[in-house]
Write a protein of this length. Structure first.
Lengths: 177, 133
């Protein structure tokens, strides 16, 4: 019996310490902003949810799995909204969600960099997003900007009035779960 | 002539503004959509007044320029301009913080006809038709 005592203690300590290194779960708070802009079109997505696990000391153990409700697009113009939801653009009836699932998060300069799969309009592509993580009184805020080529995801017809490159600006306040 | 037209323009503009405010209030309560951040009461009154005053200027110029045909051309132009101005609310981009932008044209489009409607209704009270001898 004695011979199992110390290994059991060691296993307990190791298991306990593993919890201390586990990344923090963050809950998406109100006031987030998922904006997009180009030369012609611009707007926001109103509905955003998902699971965010992030530890600034241990980004490798972190994970993002977030979705945007494609039908929540708001360009500020009713006709443009209808057009954006149609099968020519986001086809929200067939592809109701835009999804981003991270595969790797690393420290990059003063911020971080997340690599993962972005799925828009049923097309999945690897996308790397640089972001910052700023602690606030209520929790923290993730902020990032990146560019996607809409034609890569078969969103809209190639060419036309709307630029191929669409800038995405993300600001997500979070609170500890 | 211009004095009478200007008074008509101001009165019809004010009436159109009041009609616009009543309509906006009804629209907000029926559709549970509030666009008062974009189309505030002051803006509705001011744009209706501007429409009335511009109509007065146009009416005077056309009557001086085209004499007896001035009013015919003015009425036609006022209707066409009111109709063409519908493109503005249809193409207008609201702040993205406002929900249901698709309801915005439905609120503003009728207001674009109110100045013309008020002008045509009140015109006989201010500028009487001179019968041709």
């Amino acid at each position: 019996m004695k011979k199992y005592f110390y290994p059991a203690i060691a296993a307990l300590i190791l298991a306990g310490s593993a919890f201390t290194f586990a990344a923090t779960n963050w809950q998406i708070a109100d006031g987030y902003s998922i904006g997009f802009s180009s030369n012609d079109a611009g707007g926001v997505f109103k509905t955003f949810k998902g699971a965010i696990v992030f530890d600034e000391q241990n980004p490798a153990a972190s994970k993002f799995d977030v979705t945007i409700d494609a039908a929540s697009i708001n360009t500020g113009n009713g006709l443009q909204n209808k057009h954006a939801k149609s099968d020519e653009w986001f086809d929200v009836a067939k592809y109701p969600q835009i999804r981003y699932t991270s595969s790797k998060i690393v420290k990059a300069g003063s911020g971080y960099q997340v690599t993962g799969d972005l799925e828009i309009h049923g097309v999945k592509k690897p996308v790397t997003i640089p972001f910052t993580f700023q602690k606030t009184a209520k929790g923290a805020t993730f902020t990032g900007s990146f560019t996607v080529n809409r034609s890569d995801f078969h969103v809209g017809k190639p060419g036309g009035d709307v630029a191929e490159q669409i800038k995405i600006d993300v600001s997500v306040p979070v609170t500890k779960q | 002539m211009f004095k009478k037209a200007l008074i008509l323009g101001i009165v019809s503009g004010l009436l159109a503004g009041i009609a616009g405010l009543i309509y906006a209030h009804l629209y907000y309560s029926i559709n549970a959509a509030d666009f008062s951040k974009v189309a505030s009461s002051i803006r509705i009154i001011a744009s209706s007044l501007a429409g009335g005053v511009l109509a007065a200027i146009g009416f005077t110029i056309l009557n001086k320029w085209l004499k007896s045909n001035g009013e015919i051309v003015f009425n036609l132009l006022f209707s066409i301009i009111s109709f063409a101005s519908l493109l503005m609310p249809i193409a207008y981009k609201l702040p993205t913080s406002l929900e249901t932008p698709e309801l915005f044209p439905g609120m503003v489009i009728p207001m674009h006809f109110f100045p013309a409607l008020a002008w045509f209704t009140l015109k006989p009270l201010f500028i009487r038709h001179q019968p041709v001898a």
